[in-house]
Design a binder for this molecule. Structure first.
Ligand code: KG4
Ligand code: ZN
Length: 332
């Protein structure tokens, strides 16, 4: 089965073709047009501006994806599109385009939950996934721990009670004058700093649940910067490194605790923040010590892309095109 997917929930206009055969996935094309350079000047994504650029980009992205896959629409079996969560005006561009294609090409269409798709990006490795499985999904808007007892049985067992992990990286980067998006900038700078320079708090670690809180950590960074008289590049690197270590400690500790509590046979990591090297390495090492299989998508499949939307669509049923509705607050 060949699935053609569209993703436009935030500031990336993306399309992909994935072939699935006997439970294996083969990415035939994966196109992403990022608007990062446009939104950088505003210090974050401006929804109205993002939607306008999606409108400009979407048709060229679709054409490029079909060209790259060397396919004509009649060779496709299914369409898939992100219906939420995300920015409503950005989502609508992808959804209306996909609905039109479904009608014109006479292809069934699967509405896809963006967060579930981040989780299913782990299936891109075509490795056997044993259950129960615990997945940490960390993105710009979400931080969630999912318990999976089968490929399609997902239960959210923990989430952030305030800021998402990616949001914390972005806000701390802004505070330190590192620009947008913050995650990659912080992790690059952190490599040159000391991880023990500032004892930032690890909120909620002592609480016996799988929830997270990042707003206190962000505020601690703010107060620290306000107290320092001269913020030299070396000081900024130390703050970045100490913040990254605190954020990773919180994420890893809660994920491992969830895995042990639920006797997980697999631990997975996904979402944009899963591109973070320290988080990938630390979770991989902890899982290995516990002899639990660890998976995380290749970095280009951690941040937003449409290949993960196509993979997720293989686990769900199509709906009539006219029933597809945008849902900016869609939950797992
Ligand atoms: O999943 P994603 O691409 O978009 C959403 O669905 O939100 O995640 C974007 C988030 C941003 O907050 C960005 O700063 C963060 O992922 N991110 C990182 C890294 N690369 C991207 N955070 C930490 N370290 C990174 N290397
Ligand atoms: Zn995402």
């Amino acid at each position: 089965m060949k699935i053609f997917a569209i993703e436009s929930s935030c500031d990336e206009t993306a399309a992909a073709v994935v072939e699935t055969k006997g439970g294996r996935f083969n990415i035939l094309a994966n196109t992403i047009v990022s608007q990062i350079d446009i939104h950088r000047q505003y210090g974050g994504v401006v929804p109205e501006v993002a939607a306008r650029h999606h409108i400009q980009n979407i048709i060229p992205v679709l054409e490029q994806t079909l060209d790259q896959a060397k396919l004509t629409p009649n060779k496709l079996d299914r369409l898939a599109v992100t219906v939420g969560p995300g920015l409503i005006t950005s989502l609508i561009v992808g959804i209306e385009t996909a609905k039109t294609l479904s009608y014109v090409w006479k292809k069934p269409i699967v509405p896809v939950n963006h967060m579930k798709a981040h989780l299913y990006a782990n299936w891109s490795h075509n490795q056997k996934i044993n259950f129960p499985a615990i997945t940490l999904i960390v993105s710009g808007g979400h931080t969630e721990i999912i318990l999976q007892t089968s490929p399609t049985h997902l239960k959210k067992i923990g989430a952030t009670i305030d800021d998402a992990a990616g949001e914390a990286f972005d806000k701390v980067a802004q505070l330190l004058g590192l620009g947008y998006p913050g995650g990659p900038a912080i992790s690059k700078l952190a490599k040159t700093g000391s991880r023990n320079a500032y004892p930032f708090p690890r909120p909620m670690l002592k609480e016996n649940n799988f929830n997270f809180s990042f707003s206190g950590l962000k505020t601690a960074v703010l107060y620290t910067t306000q107290k320092i008289k001269k913020i030299t590049p070396a000081v900024t690197a130390d703050i970045a490194a100490s913040f990254e270590q605190a954020a990773v400690d919180i994420l890893v500790e809660k994920t491992i605790r969830a895995a042990q509590t639920h006797h997980a046979k697999t631990i997975m990591l996904s979402g944009g923040v899963a591109a973070n090297g320290l988080l990938r390495q630390t979770l991989a090492t902890k899982a290995k010590n516990l002899k639990i299989k660890f998976l995380t998508p290749d970095i280009h499949l951690c941040t937003d892309n449409a290949a993960m939307i196509a993979i997720a669509a293989a686990f769900d049923k199509p709906s009539p095109w006219h029933t597809l509705k945008v849902n900016p607050n869609l939950d797992i």
